[in-house]
Design a protein around this ligand. Structure first.
Ligand SMILES: NC(=O)c1ccc[n+]([C@@H]2O[C@H](COP(=O)([O-])OP(=O)(O)OC[C@H]3O[C@@H](n4cnc5c(N)ncnc54)[C@H](O)[C@@H]3O)[C@@H](O)[C@H]2O)c1
Length: 268
């Protein structure tokens, strides 16, 4: 395969999908492989990671599936070591895991709050420690993070832990960009809006138990100026660009992938 990520080694966390269909990490793994990258598909669900690796192989690419818990330093160190052992180096890490239960300050469970911070924010620190030293040595690397417009605005229902951690994820990524620019490392956040991925059936739908799922889907579509939710591929295509040399002058910023949603009064 030839493409804009030819021979790059890309590690994607949350590369499975929480349920059948195309999550963002799963689509990104296949899109990166189609662009010529060798892919490490990492997920806490080993079977989901393996399925993504199979899809990459079906697309003619090469992938290593790794079971990882991004919240656990030893697990992420093992991921980095496995990637280097198999492919020799890591050029791009895409920190794509994000969890969060719906709830506001009065009803949120503190353990859940802590778990969300650990998985969405502390995991970035863990990833930075595992991947930046190798990138710094080679004076080249890309550190990408999936945030959310929930990290910028109120999403119309209380999603506090998720929103706060997504805001922190964006700023964490900017800080990496500032500190490591001189080492040839870029760091960029992708900010998806309302995306039609398998997780919305499990997480967002829980916030609206009385609303039939298709109606919820329709409501999400209606909020978006371009007329529909996006999907995993919309984010995947943005990642391929940001990971590539074509984005070599882009760092310390965010790419919003939201169909214009954040332009609107109720967008969020
Ligand atoms: N779907 C949306 O509308 C939307 C909107 C904005 C941002 N996002 C963000 O995009 C990213 C991907 O979302 P998605 O909809 O594809 O979700 P998803 O839940 O389908 O995919 C996430 C994957 O992460 C894995 N995972 C969960 N905890 C993990 C851990 N501790 N270690 C390793 N893997 C773990 C899950 O097993 C799952 O396969 C998330 O960061 C999410 O917050 C999604």
């Amino acid at each position: 395969m030839t493409g804009r990520l030819q021979d790059k080694v890309v590690v994607i966390t949350g590369a499975g999908s929480i349920a059948a269909g195309w999550g963002i990490g799963k689509a990104t793994a296949v899109a990166c492989a189609r662009a010529g990258a060798r892919v490490v598909a990492a997920d806490i669900d080993g079977e989901a990671a393996a399925e993504t690796a199979r899809l990459v192989a079906d697309a003619g690419g090469e992938a290593l599936a790794v079971t990882v818990d991004v919240a656990c330093p030893r697990s992420v160190e093992a991921l980095a070591a496995a990637a280097v052992e198999r492919f020799g180096r890591v050029d791009v890490v895409h920190n794509n895991v994000g969890i969060g239960r719906v709830g506001g300050p009065l009803d949120i469970d503190i353990e859940d709050w802590d778990r969300t911070h650990r998985t969405n924010v502390t995991a970035l620190l863990i990833a930075a420690r595992a991947f930046l030293p190798g990138m710094r040595e080679r004076r080249s690397g890309v550190f990408l993070t999936t945030s959310s417009i929930a990290g910028q605005r109120y999403v119309g229902f209380p999603h506090l832990a998720y929103s706060v951690t997504k805001a922190a994820a964006t700023h964490f990524t900017r800080m990496i960009a500032a500190q490591y620019a001189a080492d040839g490392i870029r760091a960029v956040t992708i900010v998806p809006g309302l995306m039609d991925t398998p997780r919305i059936r499990l997480t967002v739908a829980r916030a609206f138990p009385d609303l039939p799922f298709e109606e919820l889907r329709h409501k999400r579509d209606q909020q978006v100026p371009l007329g529909t939710m996006g999907d995993g591929w919309d984010v995947a295509n943005a990642v391929v660009f940001l990971a590539s040399e074509e984005a070599r002058y882009i760092t310390g910023t965010e790419l919003v992938v939201d169909g214009g949603l954040s332009l609107t009064m109720n967008g969020g």
